[in-house]
Ligand binder design. Structure first.
Ligand code: NAD
Length: 248
């Protein structure tokens, strides 16, 4: 028997990386899944493997996420958990950071999450469901050369806590996972930023044996726990999963 047998779960960013691993983990626990992503080919492959509904989603387009949530709720006949994983990363020296890149980071990583949470509210109210967002250690401690990304992820934490406070009386729980370094496509192609000072990088070998970063699968337990009934009294929290990078 699975921990999410029969539960309706929507996972964004499900075509790759953490979102794909999270979708696989929910499927293994019996969830009925709607999966969303910008990348149609990756999404179709994952959805086919898991017998899930595949929904195209571009967080850059206002209103697109709300329509996608409506489609997910219609397809699944309700919604027990909204798992927001989709996100994008951008690096630049702050002096060179273009306003368009600042806006893009805020749009995909923060405004996109706002739209999905708001659109899912009626269905989650009916189910007394849960939201699990994805922030980052960058959203807690900041990160050199990625100010827009860090600001967007800091915003996700404030959004998560504010919704937890406002929606608790409806029985809706809202939490977030803050990964540290995870080996996914988001950082795979990054070349060193010209002129960057290495000592300011958060990805230094402080990870003591974990400097390579986590596999996406290492993160899935946090999402499942926060979405499920074992965390029934947990809301407004950020679970940091960074291999002890941020302590000591
Ligand atoms: N990998 C890390 O080290 C790390 C660390 C902390 C937080 N995170 C966060 O984890 C989440 C997942 O990232 P990942 O590492 O699995 O990377 P990833 O690139 O493998 O996955 C991100 C997914 O988001 C999708 N996406 C990008 N832009 C989109 C848009 N405009 N609309 C809809 N979907 C879009 C991509 O298509 C992709 O499938 C992100 O929110 C990221 O910020 C990652």
């Amino acid at each position: 028997m699975g921990r999410f047998d029969g539960k309706a779960v929507l996972v964004t960013g499900a075509a790759s990386g953490i979102g794909r691993a999270v979708a696989q983990a929910f499927a293994a626990q019996g969830a009925r899944l709607a999966l969303a992503d910008l990348n149609p080919d990756g999404l179709k492959a994952v959805a086919r493997d898991l017998g899930a509904v595949a929904l195209s989603h571009d967080a850059m387009i206002p209103g697109n996420g709300a329509q996608m949530v409506t489609d997910a709720v219609d397809n699944l006949g309700g919604l027990d958990a909204l798992i927001n994983v989709a996100g994008a990363y951008h690096r630049a020296h702050f002096a060179d950071l273009a306003a368009s890149d600042w806006d893009r980071m805020l749009r995909i990583n923060l405004t996109g999450v706002f739209e999905l949470c708001q659109a899912a509210l009626p269905a989650l109210t009916r189910s007394k469901g849960a939201i699990v967002n994805t922030t980052s250690t960058a959203g807690i401690g900041g990160i050199a050369y990625a100010a827009a990304y860090a600001a967007s992820k800091g915003g996700v934490i404030a959004l998560t806590k504010s919704l937890a406070a406002e929606l608790a009386h409806l029985g809706i729980r809202v939490n977030a996972v803050a990964p540290g370094r995870v080996k996914t496509a988001i950082s795979a192609g990054l070349t060193p930023l010209q002129g960057a000072r290495p000592e300011l990088s958060v990805h230094r070998a402080k990870l003591a044996g974990m400097e390579e970063g986590a596999a996406p699968e290492d993160l899935t337990g946090a999402y499942l726990w926060l979405a499920g009934k074992d965390a029934a009294y947990v809301s407004g929290q950020v679970i940091v999963a960074d291999g002890a990078w941020s302590v000591g």
